[in-house]
Each structure stands twice: as C-alpha cells, then as structure tokens.
Design a binder for this molecule. Structure first.
Ligand code: NAD
Length: 560
C-alpha cells in the first residue's frame, strides 16, 4: 500500500536533473515549478505555503499541495487538472494540445469582492490569495522586481535623458523588500541615486546583498557623494538613514537654491499601508507600539507626513524634475492627508511602461528545469545572439549574468515584445532538442503584462479611452492561451493591488525539445503578447496600431 504523505509543513525543493517523477516534461514542469515556489530560498514563509506579496500562496493547504503533487505525478498527456484557489478539484480528459493544468485563484463575484468577504471565505477554507505568480507557479524571486525596476528607469532614460542615466541624480525613499531594487536598477542604467529609509537595518541589508553601494547616517556626506558621482557621470547608489517626509523637503529647498540638482524623484516606502509608514515626530523605536496603541491616530499622522513628502515631490516637478508614483498609493494617501495636488504627477505605468505595453513588451521569463546555472548562461548567450541590436537588452542580460544571484531553480527575466518572444522560445526548444541545454525550460511571464491585466490603480491607470476597469481583456488572454497550446493557464483576482482592484491572467509553456512543443510555442508566444498589442490598439494607442500593422497582427476594426 502507498505510504501516506505527511500532511503538515515540510521543506520543499524542486527536483533537479533529467530524471522524471511525473510521466512527461509537460507535467514534470508544473510539478517542479510549484515546488520551486515553495523552496525556502524562494518563498517568504514556506511553512505557510506563502511565496511573496503579503499572503500570496502556491497551494491552499498541505493536503491540497500533496494532492496536486500526486495528481501531477500520474497525469496523462491527454488529461487536464483543474485547480480552484490552490486546491485540485478535478481531472478531465482533454487532448495533448490542451493545457495540463488550468488554475483559477481568488476570484469573487463583483459585489462580494471586498477584503472582509475574502478573509471570511479564506478562514472557512474556501479560497486562498494567489497573488500574481505565487498561485500560478512562475515566481522567480527578487530578480523579477529588479528587472521591472531596471525597465522603468531604462524607459525614463530613453524618454528624457538620451538613453542613459549617466550624469543624473535620482531621489527616492523606501529600501525594503521591493523598493530595495531601486538603487541597483538606477546604477545598472548608469545613474547616481540617493535613497532614504528610516530603518538602518534595511539599508545595511541591501549593501550586504549588493543592491546598494553604501549608506550613511550623515545627510551632508550622502549629498557630497551623490553630487560628485552625478558630476562625474558615474553610477553610484548611496543610502541615507532618515525620514523621507523631512529629507525630501530639505532637498527641495537645496534644489531650489541651486545647491544640487535632482533629476528624477519617486518613492517606494510602504505607503499603501499607513501603519507601515513612519510619520515625522514618531521615534523609530516607538513605531510598532504607537501604531498598535492608536491605529487611527497613527494613520492620520502618517497621512499628514505623506502629504508633506508628496508636496515636496510636486515641488520637484514644478522645478523641472521627472516625478512619478511607483505603485505604492502614496498619492491617494497624501490626498487623504489633506494635500490636494497629489495626483499632479503620474503613476509609473502611464508615464513609462505603457509605450512598452503597446508593443506587447512585458516581463517574459524562463526557468531551467535542470537546476543547472549553465543552462541559463546558454540561454543568455542565445538572447544576445537573437537580438544583437538591442543595446538596452544587452546591458540587462550582461549585468544580470554578473549581478543576479539565483534563488531556487536558475531563471532569467527580460522584457520582450510581440514577434520577439517566440524567437526566444523556439531557440530554447532547439537547444533542448540538440542537448545544448541539459533539460527542458519552463517559459512564462508575470501577470503584470501588456494584455493580461485589468488594474485601474496600476497597469491600466488612465487608459486613453477610459477602459481602466474593463476586465474582459485578461479573460480573453487566458482563453486564447488555452486555445493556443500553453502548458498551464491561470486567472486570478487581486494580485499586487488587492481584492476588488484587479483581474489578471498568466500562462507558462514548456520547451521540451519536441516538434509539438515548437508548434505550441510558435502560437502561444506570438498570441500572448499579441493580446497586449490588440488591447492597446483598441484603446487608441497609435504605437500599438503601428506595431499591429508592421508586425501583421489582425485587428478587424482596423481592416475596414
Ligand atoms: P517594505 O515594507 O519591505 O519596505 C518599505 C520601506 O519603507 C521600509 O524599509 C521602511 O523602513 C521604509 N519607510 C517607512 N516609512 C518611511 C519614511 N517615512 N521614510 C523613509 N522610509 C520609510 O515594502 P516593499 O516590499 O519594499 O514595497 C514598498 C511599496 O512599494 C509597497 O507599497 C508596495 O505595495 C509597493 N510596490 C510597488 C510595486 C510596483 O508597482 N512597481 C512593486 C512592488 C511593491
């Protein structure tokens, strides 16, 4: 008789090498990627099945995890497993072009889509929070946020500074889990950056991990270092311990007085949660106790300080700097704090990312199922050969190869667009077939992509036609990926902005070196970014119309 698997927490790590546990690579891949999401090197709280992003989970509970594993191990190549918010709920006979796994996470009917309702249902064991890539098994650790941040600063460089940030100074706040990618992303684009955080341990940790060059508690010393780097056109990141609400205001006065010149201003303190933002006048040591003692009063004080910080940011914009909100809701919180000009600077998606989305560009990524870093090095070389003229891509791939430490299975992310991604996918598939790669590769993306998300506070903020909240697009994206041969497809609600605020979809396709995989890749990796171009054509973006015409995307309303 089979021995029952333990139902409680345990250490999970994906298998490496070429020996299969499942019946084919098409089911081995989701199995390894599920386990990889829960690898202690990758997951924030693996014992609770939490991968990242607050409570984003890979499976509902350990019983569900075991049942998913058991089912994938025995799944045939004409069967499909259905997963409902982290629990395996059915296996159906399909065909070999169909996905092996279909996933729906955290979805609620409109009027019920609130945090209190979600939490109640979660407590009853009926749902789980899937985030974007936690419950869809394609999270690759902090490399993902680093590249997204690199891409944003790269877009700013191209839009406003002749393609490089060399000779510029960026001011930002918040050097935490995600915000800590900012200093490295700026220096990878050639710039100088000053980053403010109230918590010295956070700055020390980023220095230790190579994300920040140096930090100090002395503002004057920090200013001297970054202004010298800017003048010399050198890449340098300096952290300073302090409260962003005060330091931003102080630097604005110096900027106005001509003592220094700040070119770019943003912020990634945890402003979305006012208890996680330290107000001016509260000592760092008293933070937790004060927030617990009087959450309402603390919220008011935090919002008051955010109003000060955002007022300084608007002041920098008035004085000619490039200013944007980096997806942490600081504008809305400052508005609640009584500052009425908060929305005068844009969010980062409408400001810099949307032109990329209009070309179907987004966070394309792949993982080496072999576990061998040499496989990723080989794919890096292949990418450079495929796109020799893309200088920005070259800089990312080269520096990522040197600076990114893999967490879990070796993986790579790079933003590629419509009629580009499939070239990479087909090349990788050939490399698997020829033995140049030692095992197959799982190719997917974040849900934060050009055609796969409806999220009015982030990815679809200020769409040209006002279609910010229309959620048909991610559903069409998921259906099309299913129809095109993806290996697993997911539809989620909530993601990075919370319940009630977004609907998004994902896909992963496995390059196992077969002819069939090549056929599927040629469809999925064209169609998936194609929905991004389609969505932006429909919303009236000229660049998307051009891309559709140049690269042969059929949009019936353009054919009249
Ligand atoms: P985190 O909690 O790990 O880090 C926040 C940091 O802000 C902490 O180090 C804290 O000490 C610091 N901080 C708090 N108050 C401060 C103040 N007054 N002055 C200076 N520093 C202060 O959070 P994180 O994971 O880094 O995420 C930061 C924010 O960015 C969140 O709001 C998150 O939702 C948002 N975010 C946006 C995107 C995106 O859209 N690009 C991606 C990820 C995260």
């Amino acid at each position: 008789a089979p021995i029952a698997a333990p139902a409680g927490p345990r250490t999970v790590r994906a298998a490496r090498g070429t020996e299969l546990t499942a019946k084919s690579w098409q089911t081995e891949a989701p199995l390894r990627m599920l386990m990889n999401n829960l690898d202690p090197e990758v997951a924030e709280r693996p014992e609770d099945l939490i991968v990242y992003g607050g409570t984003g989970k890979a499976a509902r509970n350990w019983e569900s995890f075991d049942a998913i594993v058991r089912t994938l191990e025995g799944l045939e190549s004409d069967e499909t497993l259905l997963v409902q918010s982290g629990k395996p709920v059915g296996v159906f006979r399909t065909h070999e072009w169909a996905p092996r796994v279909l996933i729906a996470n955290s979805n609620l009917v409109g009027d019920w889509a609130t945090w209190p309702e979600f939490r109640k249902l979660e407590q009853q064991g009926l749902t789980m929070y899937g985030q974007m890539t936690a419950g869809s098994w394609i999270y690759i650790g902090t490399q993902g946020i680093l590249q997204g941040t690199y891409e944003t600063f790269g877009a700013i460089a191209r839009a406003s500074f002749d393609g490089t940030l060399a000779g510029t100074l960026t001011l930002t706040g918040g050097c935490g889990g995600m915000g800590g990618a900012q200093p490295l992303a700026v220096t990878m684009n050639g710039g100088a950056v000053l980053i403010v955080d109230v918590d010295e341990t956070r700055l020390a940790r980023r220095v230790e991990h190579g994300y920040l060059d140096e930090y100090t508690t002395d503002l004057e010393a920090a200013i001297t270092r970054v202004t010298a780097a800017k003048a010399a056109g050198e890449a340098l990141s300096v952290g300073v311990v302090g409260n962003a609400a005060l330091i931003f205001g102080d630097l604005l006065l110096r900027h106005r007085a001509g003592e220094l010149q700040v070119d770019i201003v943003t912020d990634q303190t945890s402003a979305h949660d006012p208890l996680a933002y330290l107000p001016v006048g509260v000592a760092f040591e008293d933070w937790r106790a004060e927030a617990e003692r009087d959450p309402e009063g603390f919220t008011d004080r935090a919002r008051g300080s955010m109003a000060k910080q955002v007022a300084a940011m608007v002041g920098f914009q008035d004085a000619g700097a490039e200013v944007f909100d980096y997806g942490n809701s600081i504008r809305r919180e400052a508005e609640l704090g009584g500052y009425d000009r908060a929305f005068e600077f844009p969010g980062f998606v409408p400001a810099y990312i949307r032109p990329l989305f209009a070309e179907g560009k987004g966070p394309f990524r792949w993982a080496a199922l072999s576990g061998d870093p040499a496989d990723i090095a080989a794919t890096d070389r292949a990418i450079l050969e495929l796109f020799p003229d893309d200088e920005h891509l070259r800089r990312w791939i080269t520096q990522a190869g040197e600076k990114v430490h893999f967490e879990g299975l070796p993986a790579r992310i790079c933003w590629l667009g419509y009629q580009e991604r499939h070239l990479a996918g087909l090349k990788f598939n050939e490399m698997v077939a020829s033995g140049e790669l030692s095992a197959p590769v799982a190719i997917g993306r974040d849900h934060l992509d050009s055609g796969s998300v409806a999220s009015p506070y982030r990815e679809t903020e200020s769409m040209a036609d006002g279609s910010d909240a229309i959620a048909d697009w991610p559903l069409l994206n998921a259906l099309l990926n299913t129809a095109s041969g993806a290996t697993w497809v997911s539809i989620h609600h909530g993601g990075g902005v919370g319940i009630g605020r977004s609907i998004h979809a994902g896909q992963v396709i496995v390059a196992d070196g077969t002819e069939l995989a090549a056929e599927k890749i040629a469809r999925v990796l064209v169609n998936d970014p194609g929905t991004g171009v389609m969505r932006h054509v429909d919303a009236g973006y000229d660049r998307a119309v051009e891309v559709a015409r140049e690269r042969g995307l059929r949009v019936p309303m353009l054919e009249a």
